[in-house]
Write a protein that binds this ligand. Structure first.
Ligand SMILES: [Fe+2]
Length: 183
């Protein structure tokens, strides 16, 4: 599946524009991480872009989140590594993230939420003005963007990155697509 095909699928399956932007943010973070870790940016990027494809369908049925996407993408010949990462990103106990790409997706997902919330409360209301230190401070404020699970973000340490390095890589990746993110 090409990036363009994946993007069209995301737009067709997702009514909420903020959810589309969320998937674009995770794509950017995943690509940036893959580049830093010497992995495959196109594959990691596709996993990020497609990871919440079934979100609107499964939001009231969490155990199915990820699995519905796999069922949709399997017949389209999408790389199984991508499907495994998508199935494990919600942290289902029976499919917990294990490979570097799976761990990356699991941790990037909530971090992009924390970064977006931080940018929106920054005086510049943009990604451009936000630094790694600014995000780290927000990270430590437990009640700020409480939905962004801190333990899940910290799981990035399994990739051999410090929390600070992880934030820096993902933030820079998101800054590269700030126009698309409208932030
Ligand atoms: Fe997500």
């Amino acid at each position: 599946m090409t990036r363009g095909e994946a993007y069209n699928l995301v737009v067709q399956s997702t009514k909420n524009r903020n959810l589309v932007k969320h998937m674009l943010a995770v794509e950017a973070g995943m690509r940036a991480l893959a580049e830093r870790l010497g992995e495959e940016p196109d594959i990691w990027g596709l996993a990020g872009l497609l990871h919440d494809l079934d979100y609107e369908e499964t939001k009231n049925n969490f155990p199915r989140h990820g699995f519905v996407t796999r069922e949709k993408l399997l017949p389209l010949g999408v790389d199984e590594k991508i499907l495994d990462a998508i199935v494990s990103h919600p942290g289902h106990p029976e499919h917990f993230p294990r490979t570097p790409m799976e761990i990356a997706l699991y941790s990037v997902d909530p971090l992009t939420g924390l970064i977006v919330a931080s940018a929106l409360m920054h005086p510049t209301k943009s990604l451009e003005g936000v630094t790694t230190e600014f995000i780290l401070k927000r990270f430590k404020e437990k009640r700020f963007a409480a939905g962004a699970n801190r333990e899940q973000i910290r799981y990035c340490e399994k990739l051999g990155l410090s929390l600070k390095e992880f934030i820096e890589i993902v933030l820079n990746g998101m800054k590269e697509v700030s126009d698309e993110l409208e932030l």
